[in-house]
Ligand binder design. Structure first.
Ligand code: GLU
Length: 448
């Protein structure tokens, strides 16, 4: 048996943000965990607003998160399939032409609201006579198309929210194709999901009402229904949606701000669940944690300020193998020893470069005059190479009795001389990386 087939279906009309990453990851990691397939479907039927550069940005952002789609589809290349589906629906009496303009529809809605009625489309177009239709078309009106809902209570067992029941009589018949010929995702999405054998539709809870209408379309067109999972949406602490802070919370901005992809993934997926929002070692580990039943039914509030801590903690726990390539790209040597020495001091990955410079580039001496004799003594006690793992302890054991210093008086001048910094990674780990020749030069206050 083949695994589940899921899809992430953004419109390439802008950059995607951490809230979209939640949807993308819930899909991709579900597929990963169950040996399934993850599709990226670009919902690009809105020709005016869809742009290639956004499609490229979405692919780049997903790659940054560590997600590679098994296949990429674009709705704009599947228009023929939507036309065929509409033709089939018309034959079945399940799609009908309408002629109202946006303004007319708006007036209708206002009238209904004024009378205290829900602004549901009144199906006036279904009552047009042939003569009226001909007249409207003669006036130059082009039809737009609606799907005729089968008024009934649609029920499904949502993987996140349990049983959901919606009476479609309370909904407007969804528009599936505009008068200018553009297709709406309402029908296009269903046609795609059927053609692509999508087994699970995992998306935000803002689509719950659409699902009721789309389930009716699924049954009409294919006789089958996928499984649905509607997750809560990420919001800011005050409850506002992410659009307000959109710029800074786009994946591109978060990447440019130096955040770790794995930290962003953990925040995107674990926020608003009964699980702790904590760093994960890998996407596989994150996939293991996902359980739709643990996703809360309320909003997934998160504070963008927490991302700094999550990025730092992710770095502090990152194994060398996970970062070796990135260290090389930054021209950082020192291998695993270097990484294990400095990772606990990083707020951002690029901070590693600073520590590599501290280890390997000439340093300006910041030694205080009254520490010079102490450092001279320390230099004479520095063991000859080759150095073993315990070199720091051996050296200190020699310095302590000879210098009669301890605590800060002992360590601080050594740290200043060897690193030029007040704080930093343990000297025990740094000294072997600095090496004897450079250590001697630095103890002498020479640039080295
Ligand atoms: N393009 C739609 C959206 O981004 C797709 C929704 C879906 O997952 O079916 O809202």
């Amino acid at each position: 048996m083949s695994g589940p087939i899921v899809r992430f279906a953004p419109s390439p009309t802008g950059l995607i943000h951490i809230g979209n990453a939640r949807t993308a990851l819930l899909n991709a990691l579900f597929a990963r965990k169950h040996g399934g397939t993850f599709l990226l479907r670009l919902d690009d039927t809105d020709r005016a607003r869809s742009e290639e550069r956004f499609a490229e940005a979405i692919k780049r952002d997903l790659a940054w998160l560590g997600i590679s789609p098994g296949r990429i589809e674009t709705q704009s290349s599947r228009i023929g399939r939507y036309e065929a589906a509409l033709a089939k629906l018309r034959e079945q009496g399940r799609a009908y032409a309408c002629y109202e303009t946006e303004e007319e529809l708006d007036r209708k809605r206002k009238r209904q609201l004024g009378r205290g009625l829900p602004p549901v489309y009144d199906r006036a177009a279904l009552r047009l006579s042939e003569a009226e239709r001909v007249k409207l078309e003669a006036e130059g009106r082009k039809p737009y198309w609606r799907f005729k809902l089968d008024h009934r209570v649609v029920k499904w067992d949502d993987l996140v929210r349990g049983e959901i029941a919606i009476d479609t009589a309370s909904l407007s018949d969804p528009v599936v194709c505009r008068a200018d010929g553009t297709w709406l995702y309402s029908l296009a999405s269903v046609v795609d999901d059927i053609d692509m054998n999508v087994t699970h539709v995992i998306r935000g809870e803002d689509h719950i009402t659409n699902t009721a209408a789309q389930l009716d379309m699924f049954v009409t067109l294919s006789g089958e229904e996928p499984i649905f999972a509607h997750h809560n949406l990420l919001t800011l602490p005050g409850g506002e949606g992410l659009s307000k802070r959109f710029g800074s919370l786009s994946l591109q901005s978060l990447r440019e701000a130096g955040h770790e992809a794995l930290a962003i993934a953990a925040a995107a997926v674990l926020t608003g669940t009964s699980l702790a929002v904590e760093p994960v070692e890998s996407l596989d580990a994150l996939a293991e944690k996902i359980d739709f039943k643990k996703i809360s039914h309320g909003p997934a509030r998160f504070d963008p300020a927490d991302l700094d801590g999550l990025t730092a903690k992710t770095l502090h726990a990152a194994p060398y193998a996970a970062v070796a390539g990135r260290l090389e790209e930054l021209g950082i040597g020192g291998g695993e020893k270097f990484w294990l020495a400095v990772r606990g001091n990083l707020s951002r990955f690029n901070d590693a470069k600073e520590w590599w410079d501290v280890i390997s580039s000439p340093l300006e001496s910041k030694t205080a005059d009254n520490d010079r004799d102490f450092l001279k003594l320390a230099e004479t006690l520095l063991p000859a190479e080759p150095w073993g793992d315990k070199i720091w302890d051996e050296w200190l054991a020699a310095i302590k009795p000879a210098a009669n210093r301890k605590g800060r008086e002992l360590f601080h001048p050594l740290r200043i001389a060897l690193t030029g910094r007040e704080n930093g990674p343990e000297l025990r780990a740094l000294l072997p990386l600095i090496g004897r020749a450079r250590a001697v030069a630095r103890l002498r206050g020479e640039t080295g």
